[in-house]
Design a protein around this ligand. Structure first.
Ligand code: RIB
Length: 331
């Protein structure tokens, strides 16, 4: 079992500095903090039970870490959480991890150092070992949007499998057979579940998707653009007549590629997105998409977090919220 001394030695700092970082009792430089967290996670350090007994004063501040603060989906999550928090006299610190687990870990350290009363996390990676430490130290947190298999924690998720199925079923009902899918990061549950829904609908229609039809993106518009350019370059006999993009930003990137190819939506290529960000109804043609209950996800995450702060030992609550297809002109 790793000790405080082992962590200090690996991080190249004093035992006192490790304690400052773990208990947030004194500010240290971000570099030192990242080294301490890396050592804690690498060694699997678990503070002794007594340390957990350290009750810290309430700061009435919450933290939210999202993977891309420029994506309107996460802005809406933040809005739902902030409205709920503010209504209960809590402030909110927003952190952007850029989808980088190391940066996410660093921000977790910053939020602990700031002695926030709880943390809402949209995880940058499917296996954040450092979250286990929050549990060990009894810091209330809630997982939002991206499920973390194996972690017993409060979470608020949308039914991504249902959404992928609805999107694809809709295109099949519109008569399409050559349907492509532009995925998000495949190691994250929202994308993996949407693709499962896509494959299920195609299987029910007796269609085996060609592997060239399933293209990987990263949830950003540019990846949608490049994936669509590839799909449109396929020979006419296999080129898709419809594309399901696993989020709206990639669908918007796809729109640009379709326009540059001199093709029209939906006459030449039908298009469905996912999220229903505000922009989806303002692009031309307005985008058919799968609407997530995004604001409600943020609000509910806030509710679970405040309940957890009040009663730390209650059993974890898992919420799977329904999504719905919003049909617009792009199909
Ligand atoms: O648009 C960003 C995507 O990442 C959303 O679909 C959301 O589910 C998040 O996982």
């Amino acid at each position: 079992m790793a000790t405080l001394r082992d962590v200090a030695r690996r991080a190249g700092v004093s035992i006192a500095t490790v304690s400052y970082v773990l208990n947030g009792t004194r500010p240290v430089s971000p570099e030192v903090e990242a080294r301490v967290w890396e050592a804690v996670v690498a060694l699997g350090y678990r503070p002794n039970r007594l340390a957990r007994g350290l009750r810290r004063k309430r700061t009435h501040v919450l933290g939210l870490i999202v993977p891309d603060s420029a994506n309107p989906f996460f802005a809406e999550i933040a809005r739902g959480l902030e409205d709920l928090s503010f209504a209960h006299d809590y402030s909110l610190i927003l952190c952007n991890s850029d989808g980088d687990p190391a940066k996410e870990q660093r921000y977790l350290g910053v939020l602990i150092e700031q002695q926030v009363d709880g943390i809402a996390l949209v995880s940058a990676s499917a296996t954040p070992a450092h979250l286990a430490l929050l549990q060990e130290r009894g810091i209330p947190f809630v997982v939002v949007d991206r499920d973390l298999p194996g972690l017993e924690a409060d979470c608020v998720l949308a039914d991504n499998f249902q959404g992928g199925y609805l999107a694809t079923r809709h295109l099949l009902d519109r008569g399409h057979r050559r349907i492509a899918c532009i995925t998000g990061p495949s190691d994250l549950t929202p994308s993996a579940d949407r693709v499962r829904g896509y494959r299920k609908a195609m299987e029910e229609a007796g269609i085996e998707p060609l592997e060239v039809w399933v293209r990987r993106g990263d949830f950003r518009a540019e990846s949608g653009y490049h994936a669509a350019c590839f799909l449109l370059s396929l020979p006419p006999s296999v080129r898709p007549t419809a594309i399901f993009a696993c989020n709206d930003l990639m669908a918007i990137g796809t729109m640009r590629a379709i326009g540059e190819a001199g093709l029209s939506i939906p006459r030449d290529i039908a298009l469905v997105g996912f999220d229903d960000i505000l922009l989806a109804s303002y692009v031309i043609p307005p985008l058919t998409t799968v609407a997530q209950p995004t604001y409600e996800m943020g609000r509910l995450a806030g509710e679970l977090l405040l309940r957890r702060i009040q009663a730390r030992d209650r059993p974890p609550a898992r919420h799977l919220l329904s999504v719905r297809l919003v049909v617009r002109h792009s199909t």
